[in-house]
Design a protein around this ligand. Structure first.
Ligand SMILES: NC(=O)c1ccc[n+]([C@@H]2O[C@H](COP(=O)([O-])OP(=O)(O)OC[C@H]3O[C@@H](n4cnc5c(N)ncnc54)[C@H](OP(=O)(O)O)[C@@H]3O)[C@@H](O)[C@H]2O)c1
Length: 304
């Protein structure tokens, strides 16, 4: 079989999609490809000016693109709630939510609610967002949630006693790895809860290998090498597109590049670390995420 590419993406006509962090990098390319395949795309971005510019660039490259801008700051749970309220208002369907936005290895910083910035943005902000948009997603046939993780999850450990880096000395790479491992544990636990509740909603995951984007903005070394060694953002967004659109992508499947070390190449099933498949940790992380965000998915009666 030939390598999966943009040409393999099925028509997305009639599908409403929300993409977080859609103003640049992988999120921008994901939004652009979805629009090119006919989806109506909500660009969920923290900077209105950058989002407006992204919408303009998508319209310039895709004739008739249906794109809207909707402000979203994942590092503020009140803003996440307000965003979900606006998106849900007057709408009865949401076919795709791509949890793409992320920060990587910033100096220690905290979200509005005091969470360490990486777990707060990459995992907890998206956890709250998905939970708040769940009624709309569940009401939509063939809906899907895609979560963007990373190869770095292989180095991640979840510290449930100090998820927010309040006791241990902050280590920016370990904090990033923890947040990306949390992304995968969330996908697995969420899919199990969906299955138990009889929901047809599917949740999948993807990673872009190493792609040249603005993600490396706070890490000098990877920023230096990125333009020479990494894939383009458009190539890096293909695993996300496959996780979002391939009819054969099952719930909790994980997609990444095919090449050496999963750093480059076409989207194929990717490897998850044993820690990403630890159901006991996934369940405890879910409970802690509900507690921290105050968002309950209302799916599960079997556990709690
Ligand atoms: N590039 C890679 O090689 C690579 C590898 C593995 C995983 N990933 C993952 O891929 C995803 C996308 O990253 P990227 O490479 O495209 O990086 P990027 O170019 O830096 O884009 C990140 C996006 O996230 C947005 N964002 C950050 N904090 C946010 C917040 N609080 N609320 C809303 N949006 C926020 C950024 O907005 P601003 O522009 O306003 O900052 C930007 O739109 C991330 O989850 C990252 O962990 C990337």
């Amino acid at each position: 079989m030939s390598a999966w590419s943009f040409d393999d993406i099925a028509s997305q006509d009639g599908r409403l999609a929300v993409v977080t962090g859609a103003n640049t990098g992988l999120g921008f390319e994901t939004a652009r490809m979805l629009a090119a395949k006919g989806a109506e795309v909500v660009l969920a971005c923290r900077s209105a000016a950058k989002a407006d510019d992204a919408a303009r660039r998508i319209r310039a490259s895709v004739a008739g693109a249906l794109v809207h801008v909707e402000p979203l700051d994942l590092s503020d749970l009140d803003d996440v709630a307000a965003f979900a309220e606006r998106v849900s208002s007057g709408r009865s369907r949401l076919g795709l939510l791509v949890a793409n936005a992320g920060v990587m290895v910033p100096p220690l910083a905290r979200t509005r609610q005091g969470f360490e910035l990486q777990i707060g943005t990459n995992h907890l902000g998206h956890f709250a967002l998905v939970g708040r948009l769940l009624p709309l997603l569940r009401a939509t046939p063939n809906a899907r949630v895609v979560v963007v993780s990373s190869l770095v999850h292989h180095f991640g450990r979840i510290d449930l006693e100090d998820l927010l880096w309040q006791r241990r000395p902050y280590q920016r790479w370990a904090a990033y790895a923890q947040s990306k491992l949390a992304n995968l544990l969330f996908v697995r636990e969420f899919q199990q809860r969906l299955a138990r509740s009889g929901s047809a909603l599917r949740v999948t995951a993807a990673h872009p290998g190493w792609s040249s984007t603005e993600l490396q903005r706070t890490d000098g070394l990877s920023r230096f090498f990125s333009p020479y060694l990494a894939m383009t953002a458009a190539q890096g967004a293909l695993p996300t597109m496959r996780a979002a659109t391939d009819a054969a992508a099952e719930g909790a499947s994980y997609w990444g590049p095919s090449g050496l070390g999963e750093m480059w190449g076409h989207p194929v099933p990717a490897r998850q670390s044993p820690r990403a498949r630890d159901a006991a940790v996934g369940e405890r992380l879910w409970a802690r995420s509900e507690e921290l965000t105050g968002v309950r998915f209302g799916l599960d009666d079997a556990t709690t």
